[in-house]
Design a binder for this molecule. Structure first.
Ligand code: PMP
Length: 424
């Protein structure tokens, strides 16, 4: 049985570490992969936009909602204590997943965008003034551009941009030259969502620290694909979303070094983020609660905890290996097709293959592939500066997850050839 067919078989028990990257077992954990789209087996290659959820995570959400739900931190009753314990246990799972030094360095947010906005408000509005400088890169997602532009507009700070080469790699020589006494923060994506380039963030962080500048890493496209150790990277902030990590929507994480989180101002005000309130004076809570105003997405946080348990059982190193093979296979096969141009050919890439076809608009490619049951993304991928730099309006993007198979890559290639025939 091919791996693609195996995705439609039913699961007996969820994946266990002893299964040693058994793709059929893994695929059987994802009920959505058994679906047909337009009468064809679903080939889901839009994982960079959002990944799918395995049965153990779905089961965890159902169990929480059916047996454990109450509001947290405030109640003295049993269910509230239970929900609080589960929510805080999820924080500890995320701490372990990232190898953060302390659980209080893990802030639950609603996603990457929310986490970056938290840093902009909490750090930026406190420490960045007129004439100060913010370094970003050409490869950033709009989520790591627009909040900083809003701050620059409000304060009179300046944004400096690290240029990119045609391959989709950053110009590190130029990066180093951008630092000066007014540089206050660097924002850099770990992996480009548009091109898949893996940026040398450890090196970039060390360089920034040599200038006394903290670094925010947008890890939305990295954490699902490779082991991430925030202490090893020595990043000051690391942001990502649960829904790209086999978890629910509406949840994400901001990791921040305690020394920064403690010195920052809160982003949102309200319940839970305070120790005491009077009309004369409010005393803020300690971290992490200082940054978690109001009722948080409790179920989603617990679901994300289950998702990182699931991924850790398979192992991020094994996931990275499998996805690398998929990417290599897809790259070789698509590159061999006349009329296909790969966009983004960095030496170090993760899980993303962007391309364009001669004479066919990317949206037409996406629509025709959908007719074959193949889900890809087309457009500017919320990274318009990347597209502008490459003189493109849009690309077709196939993005892989560990549950994708070589047979699905072959289905994509066959789909692309069929599109070319339609337009021949
Ligand atoms: N940064 C990157 C690199 C992304 O790929 C995305 C999602 N496409 C985001 C930020 C924003 O994530 P979210 O919409 O989950 O906040």
């Amino acid at each position: 049985m091919s791996a693609r067919q195996a995705g439609r078989s039913s699961a007996t028990a969820p994946y266990r570490a002893a299964d040693a990257f058994d793709l059929e077992r893994i695929r059987a954990d994802f009920p959505i992969l058994r679906q047909q789209v337009h009468g064809k087996p679903l080939v889901y290659l839009d994982n960079a936009a959002s990944s799918q959820m395995p049965q153990p995570v779905i089961d965890r959400l159902v169990h929480y909602q059916s047996a454990q739900h109450a509001n947290i931190h405030r109640g003295v009753h049993t269910l509230s204590a239970l929900a609080t314990a589960e929510y805080e246990a999820a924080r500890c799972k995320l701490q372990k997943f990232l190898n953060a030094a302390e659980a209080r360095e893990v802030i639950f947010t609603s996603g990457t965008t929310d986490a970056i906005n938290l840093v902009m408000h909490g750090y930026g509005r406190k420490f960045i003034r007129a004439g100060d400088e913010i370094i970003l890169t050409t490869l950033e997602h709009h989520a790591n551009i627009v909040p900083w532009q809003m701050l620059a507009e409000e304060t009179g700070a300046k944004i400096r941009v690290v240029p990119m080469m045609d391959t989709g790699e950053l110009c590190l020589d130029s990066y180093e030259k951008l630092f000066n006494a007014r540089t206050r923060i660097v924002g850099v994506t770990h992996v480009s969502n548009a091109l898949g380039s893996i940026n040398p963030v450890k090196l970039m962080i060390a360089l920034a620290h040599a200038h006394g500048v903290p670094v925010l890493v947008d890890g939305a496209q990295a954490v699902p694909h490779m082991p991430v150790d925030v202490q090893d990277l020595d990043c000051d902030f690391y942001a990502f979303s649960g829904h790209k990590l086999c978890g629910p929507t509406g949840i994400g994480v901001l990791y921040g070094k305690a020394k920064w989180l403690e010195s920052m101002q809160p982003f949102k005000g309200g319940g839970d983020m305070i120790l005491s309130v009077s009309f004369e004076r409010t005393v803020y809570n300690t971290i992490p609660q200082k940054f978690e105003a109001g009722t948080p997405p409790i179920a989603a946080a617990i679901g994300l905890g289950a998702a990182v348990d699931y991924l850790s059982t398979i192992g991020l190193a094994a996931i990275a290996r499998h996805e690398h093979e998929l990417l290599q296979h897809a790259t070789e096969r698509l590159r061999a097709l006349p009329g296909v141009r790969l966009v983004g050919t960095a030496r170090h890439k993760a899980a993303v293959l962007s391309f364009v076809l001669d004479g066919v608009h990317p949206h037409d490619v996406g629509t025709l592939l959908d007719q074959e049951g193949i889900a890809v993304r087309t457009g500017h991928h919320c990274a318009q500066p990347v597209m502008t730099r490459l003189n493109l309006a849009a690309t077709v993007r196939a993005s892989f997850a560990f549950y994708n198979s070589h047979a699905e890559v072959d289905a994509l290639v066959a789909g692309v050839r069929a599109v070319q025939e339609v337009f021949a």
